[in-house]
Design a protein around this ligand. Structure first.
Ligand SMILES: [Zn+2]
Length: 951
């Protein structure tokens, strides 16, 4: 039923005929707040917002459809507005920005944009031109509301603001529009808002509800905060994975607004927060903006004082992570955050007995918006002058970024390179390729080590940081964001005192670690032998007479290629070693379609071709299966048969909606193959035989014994169970389905884990002394690695230390992962893989399981001539271990997680269990670990379980 009709019906029901069925309430929420929000001298030819609503403006939550209806009407009714459609949500809702200004300015939008563009590039514009531009430019404001769909008051304020700006005849508003371009982004997340509006309808009773714990206020799983795939859009401004952000960022970057207001809501019992952030603040941010932030906050505070409304600034609002809407602060735009206490609807009762109404919360957002616009009006020219100085500095030799170049080393992972290029160019970042080798000194690696002299191979991606977006480039590509000592002091104090944190988000976020791409930072301005970046050519060479067709396994798209072909009924193989066939070198993980495997497929080559074209991935035709010398041949054991994955994701209440959503999105976005989401409450009786691959996203729901035994039986019969983070924690604490343990639970057996680790180390570094081996006399000279260490730690001490160290676990930082480069789960992965790490279970893998990735990069240290003991494990002589890569990892945490497993694989019956300690698909942006997960989902059933032969 149409939502509009449904709500109207309910109203009619309560108002007129409820006498027989429902009692009228004893009071109405409309009585709570009598102040008028829209209070002006309005032009009657513009429809009042009430026209579009089935309640009075501000008293309840307007649906996306109602706001959309208003926008489309205003477009017809006013010549002060230009509507820009900047995208469509996953659920098909339009994303609109409304450019509002005087009719004269509206006629000049292209010229204004050209001038803004000229003012942003200090290489092509001089001071005289800049002054002229600044004199002529109107101010530009970007006003954005309710990116979190259940933080609704912002969009309701936006509806009022749009009307007020278009309809008001007041001279102040006319003056505002003559001197300002106001871009209103009224509903940043319409899918999330629609989900929340639906739950308001479902949980609404007759009497107003002021209890912020009740369902009408909270909504239910997966809640309205996120978008269709449960992504937090306010963490997506850099990684740009969602259509909402992609379209929005393109338009913001085109307009380069002076301020960007981002209106949210916070806890219901709070008040109102705005103003500049407190430390930690990212060091790349323009400090002038903090000065301006204070000026805006002062004006807003005075206005709140005048109206007797409470507020505060700063407090929990920090700004280290550049992936909020505040990415604009690195481009010279002042970001302004509103956090209004969340009323949802009706109002909320507070401890002092007062009730704050929804309408008042809308009023706060509305007044804040107008106040900020007035502050901008007064200060626009000075802000432009600061902006111009900043833009000039960014391209000059004097800037702190001037002698800094970021280099991404060449890889066969073409699709991942194309993705990073897409994200960086969306931010107007200029990217080059070197046409000759370049020798550089003191290049910094991800590990933090420097290389005295490095030859940068031809075809590397070079980003010299003497360009207009230098601060943003540094913020998103530098390996380690600087955090002040004072901040670390406060953080440690909070941690020790009560285990809390002053960090609001992940402390590490740089693109090359997120993406798992090998990169270096060079402390010089590279500007010779560069050409503009060009994407690699895709060659789809499919010859009908070939004996097989193959795609490169390092490319992430090879997994999609395999998944999509299997879904179309083809038999596929994967090569588990590097190969050379018909003169072509291909990496392990390359996917092969062999004609002989597919005798019954009538349109074999056209299916392969169509799939490759859809994905835009190169395919080669091969005419010989002979691999020279030791290299694999096509009939040998290295050409392994795959099994079509039949996938289900466990979902619903009890699972992290973020991890469910990103798993779901990953399958749709990267693979596009069929799968089911199961409500986990039915797992005890569902027919799991339909699936061979079950994904268990991170969750806090414990399965009961019956559910666990169903799952165990299913795995035993050949299933592949893949779990993340808290679900991994749940499975390992059950102790019956896997031999993997958490470190805290395994200290008694730490010797066993160390032995397994030493076998791994020693097997990688074999040297044979023939005299010793071929001696027929018995020797007492046998080396036992664990006896070589001088300071083995007893288990009682280990237990105490572990408990202490566990206080210091990171909340989002990169640590080094060393991969088992023979295991199929690591196809397409670099050898030292950055792992985004947090307070995850610390996995201990004993015999019978495989530690596919462990924490810590083993590096040479010739001064270390003895075994060194770190907690339960020993590091062999001549080596040391790098754990921290980026962000805050206390040394206690590094020691605790060193050598533990991040990813394990273990056979169970005919099936297998794959455990991720962390969340490999974090925000859809950790492409390095996402590849491991995609390998597990698509290849797991074929490579890690007993083959099933149908009788
Ligand atoms: Zn929010």
């Amino acid at each position: 039923m149409n939502k509009f009709i449904q709500t109207s019906l309910l109203l009619t029901l309560t108002a007129y005929c409820s006498a027989e069925v429902l009692k009228n309430p004893t009071s109405y929420s409309s009585d709570l707040y009598k102040k008028v929000i829209l209070n002006g001298n309005y032009d009657s030819s513009i429809d009042h917002p009430n026209t579009f609503l089935d309640f009075k403006y501000g008293e309840r939550v307007a649906s996306p459809e109602q706001i959309e209806d208003a926008i489309n009407t205003y477009k017809q009714q006013s010549n002060k507005i230009k509507l820009v459609n900047y995208g469509t949500t996953h659920e098909g809702r339009p994303l609109h920005a409304l450019i509002i200004s005087s009719p004269d300015n509206i006629a000049q939008l292209d010229t204004i944009k050209e001038n803004l563009s000229a003012l942003s590039d200090g290489r092509t514009t001089n001071d005289r031109e800049a002054k002229k531009i600044i004199d002529s430019l109107p101010a530009v404001a970007w006003m954005a509301y309710s990116i979190h769909g259940n933080e609704t008051s912002g969009s309701d304020a936006a509806l009022g603001l749009i009307y007020h700006l278009l309809a008001s005849n007041d001279p102040e508003i006319n003056n505002l529009l003559e001197n300002m371009i106001i871009i209103v982004d009224p509903i940043m997340n319409p899918d999330g808002r629609a989900r929340f509006v639906k739950s308001l309808e479902q949980y609404r009773g007759t009497a107003p509800n002021y209890d912020d714990q009740s369902l009408i206020h909270t909504g239910d799983w997966p809640y309205g905060r996120t978008n269709h795939y449960y992504f937090d859009l306010n963490r997506d401004w850099l990684y740009l994975t969602q259509p909402e952000t992609q379209g929005r960022v393109a338009l913001i970057n085109e307009w380069k607004p002076q301020i960007l207001v981002d209106a949210h809501e916070m806890g219901a019992q709070d008040t109102f927060m705005t103003g500049p952030a407190r430390e930690p603040i990212n060091k790349n941010m323009d400090r002038d903006l903090i000065k301006w932030g204070n000026i805006f906050a002062q004006d807003q505070g005075s206005e709140f004082d005048r109206r007797n409304w409470r507020f505060y600034t700063g407090e929990w609002h920090e700004d280290l992570y550049p992936g909020y809407s505040f990415y604009v602060n690195f481009r010279g735009t002042l970001g302004i955050l509103y956090e209004q206490s969340r009323m949802a609807e009706d109002g909320v009762r507070r401890p002092e007995g007062t009730i704050q109404s929804y309408k008042e919360s809308v009023h706060h957002q509305f007044v804040s918006s107008l106040t900020n616009l007035n502050t901008l009006l007064i200060n626009s020219k000075n802000m432009y002058n600061d902006y111009w100085e900043g833009r000039k500095l960014n391209v000059s030799k004097e800037s702190k970024w001037a002698n800094q170049s970021f280099v991404i080393l060449p890889t066969k992972n073409t699709s991942r390179i194309n993705t990073i290029v897409d994200k960086l160019t969306s931010q107007n970042i200029e990217i080059f390729k070197n046409t000759k080798e370049i020798i550089v000194k003191n290049a910094l690696k991800h590990s933090g080590d420097t290389i005295d002299e490095l030859v940068i191979p031809i075809g590397s991606m070079i980003i010299p940081n003497r360009q207009p977006e230098a601060p943003l480039i540094s913020a998103i590509l530098e390996f380690d964001a600087e955090i002040d000592e004072e901040v670390l002091k406060k953080e440690r104090e909070a941690t020790l005192k009560d285990g809390s944190s002053i960090m609001y988000d992940t402390t590490a976020f740089n693109f090359t670690m997120m993406y798992g791409l090998d990169a270096v930072t060079v402390p010089e301005h590279i500007n010779n032998n560069l050409s503009m970046w060009q994407p690699a050519l895709v060659e789809i060479d499919i010859d009908d007479d070939a004996i097989m067709w193959i795609v490169e396994g390092e490319d992430d798209l090879s997994v999609s290629f395999a998944a999509r072909l299997m879904e179309q009924g083809l038999q596929l193989r994967i090569v588990d070693k590097d190969i050379n066939l018909s003169g072509k070198n291909l990496s392990r993980g390359s996917v092969v379609v062999i004609a002989m495997d597919n005798p019954g497929i009538s349109e074999l080559t056209s299916t392969i071709k169509r799939t490759a074209q859809n994905l835009n991935i190169s395919v080669s035709s091969l005419f010989s299966g002979f691999g020279p010398e030791e290299l694999p041949d096509w009939g040998g054991r290295h050409f392994r048969l795959l099994t079509k994955p039949q996938i289900a994701i466990l979902s619903h209440e009890g699972f992290s909606s973020y991890d469910v959503g990103v798993s779901w999105w990953s399958l749709d976005h990267h693979l596009g193959i069929r799968h089911s989401q199961l409500n986990t409450s039915m797992i005890g009786y569902a027919d799991l035989r339909r699936y061979n691959t079950l994904i268990m996203p991170s969750g806090y729901r414990s399965l009961d014994q019956n559910e666990l035994s169903v799952l165990k039986d299913w795995v035993k019969q050949g299933g592949t169970l893949i779990a993340n983070n808290s679900s991994t924690r749940m499975l390992i604490s059950d102790k019956s389905i896997t031999s993997i343990r958490d470190v805290s639970d395994s200290i008694e057996n730490s010797h066993e884990y160390n032995i397994k680790l030493q076998r791994e180390f020693l097997s990688k570094n074999i040297s044979i002394d023939l005299d010793y081996v071929n001696n027929n006399k018995l020797t007492s000279d046998i080396s036992y690695p664990w006896e070589e260490s001088e300071n083995r730690i007893d288990s009682d001490t280990l237990q105490k230390r572990d408990k202490w160290q566990s206080l210091f676990m990171p909340s989002g930082a990169f640590v080094s992962g060393r991969i088992d480069d023979k295991h199929w789960l690591t196809f397409g992965t670099i050898n030292t893989l950055p792992l985004l790490y947090s307070n995850y279970p610390i996995l201990m893998a004993g015999s019978g399981s495989k530690a596919v990735i462990r924490v810590g990069e083993l590096t040479k240290n010739n001064n270390q001539d003895k075994y060194k003991t770190i907690n339960w494990s020993d590091i062999p002589p001549g080596n040391e271990l790098n754990v921290r890569m980026s962000g805050l990892v206390w040394p206690e945490a590094s020691v605790r997680i060193a050598n533990s497993a991040y990813l394990t694989q273990e056979r169970y019956g005919k099936g297998q269990i794959i455990l991720f300690s962390g969340e490999p698909n974090f925000r859809g942006s950790t492409l390095g670990t996402n590849r491991l997960w995609l390998n597990s989902v698509v290849y797991g059933s074929g490579l890690g379980t007993s083959p099933r032969i149908k009788p």
